[in-house]
Ligand binder design. Structure first.
Ligand code: NAP
Length: 325
């Protein structure tokens, strides 16, 4: 199967396109998928560079997210809603999604209606929406009427979190670092959008909450923002750390004074139940049209290295997707 291969961890240039066909056979309770699109996530770049706690053995094909059609089912496949020909998005493939074909376990698959979203949008769903739901609903316990700050709203997880928070009935404040990102946050359902690169952005944020602060902060860059989040959060507020790229000094007294909670999450740690609930919430939201994945750029599969360069640059406004046809 034509695919991207990584033979040594390193810079984006280690992502090499190999057109040679390879045959994949689904094992028990697995499916073989013909992929039309693959979603690119920051974690793909951490793994490729070798700077991640969980590394695959070399060589490997990157990619957790993808969308396509089921070509074959393995022995004892246990999903009555999925048959040969079903169009699915998937999260966590066995063989990697930067390819024309992949294998995935039954629980990693979710059917979708191609009249409602495109293959490119479906490939943008997995990591972003499952992470956003677990961070917002399971970890922060968001409920109707609360004010939620999506700190880093313009990226894949952020736009998904904005859409879930709006669906729940929260007041949604989102941040971005560019005009295009701020605009996309509003278009995806945020009530307010604030530029996190402006020096006094916290003052603006507090003004939007009558100085009480947000009840919930979903944080995409904790090493930069956690101390300021603790200063801004409302009494009994909850901060969920989704993204972090370094260290930060904080004074825990700030949490005591507010009875506030800081919690972290990793999608890799999700229990089977959390995974299934997040998938169901995402499937239902896509079917009802309350969730609408935003794709900023579609690149050919052979340009995976360019996609890895792009995703690490500032100026997010949705997901980057590789076209696998
Ligand atoms: P992405 O699409 O690349 O988006 C990155 C986001 O971070 C953008 O909204 C960006 O805004 C924002 N950002 C940049 N500087 C910021 C700052 N100073 N303050 C607040 N936000 C800032 O990435 P993603 O897929 O949304 O993922 C976001 C983060 O969560 C990444 O670090 C990723 O590795 C992590 N993540 C964790 C999990 C998990 O299981 N814990 C799962 C998925 C992702 P601008 O570009 O507009 O400045």
């Amino acid at each position: 199967m034509p695919a991207i291969h990584v033979h040594a961890f390193g810079p984006p240039s280690v992502l090499t396109y190999d057109p040679a066909p390879i045959t994949l056979t689904p094992g028990p309770n697995q499916a073989l998928i013909r992929l039309h699109a693959a979603g690119v996530n920051p974690v793909d770049t951490y793994i490729r560079s070798g700077q991640y706690a969980r590394l695959p053995s070399l060589p490997y094909t990157p990619g957790m997210d993808g969308a396509g059609e089921v070509l074959a089912l393995g022995e004892g496949f246990k999903r009555p809603d999925i048959a040969v020909g079903t169009k699915v998005w998937l999260c966590r493939s066995i063989t990697g999604t930067y390819a024309t074909h992949c294998l995935a376990d039954a629980k990693s698959l979710c059917p979708f209606n191609p009249d409602q979203i495109s293959y490119e949008q479906a490939a943008a769903v997995g990591v972003a929406y499952l992470t956003a739901w677990i961070a917002l609903v399971k970890k922060a316990g968001a409920t109707q009427g609360e004010t939620v700050l999506i700190h880093g709203g313009s990226g894949g997880v952020g736009l998904a979190a904005i859409q879930f928070a709006r669906q729940i009935g929260c007041t949604v404040i989102a941040t971005a670092g560019t005009e295009a990102g701020l605009h996309q946050c509003i278009m995806s359902g945020a009530d307010y959008a604030v530029n996190h690169r402006e020096a006094d952005y916290e003052r603006k944020l507090l003004g939007l909450t009558d100085q009480k602060g947000p009840d919930i902060i979903i944080e995409m860059l904790a090493n930069v923002n956690l101390a300021r989040d603790m200063a801004m959060i409302a009494q009994r507020g909850r901060i969920t750390i989704v993204g972090n790229r370094g260290e930060i000094t904080i004074n825990p007294r700030g949490l005591m004074a507010k009875d506030a909670t800081v919690t972290g999450m990793s999608l890799f740690n999700a229990t089977d139940l959390e995974w299934a609930l997040a998938m169901r919430a995402t499937r239902d939201g896509l079917a009802h049209g309350t969730l609408n994945p935003v794709v900023r750029d579609v690149l050919p599969l052979a340009q995976a290295a360019a996609a890895h360069d792009l995703i690490m640059q500032d100026g997010s406004r949705g997901k980057i997707v590789l076209k696998c046809d």
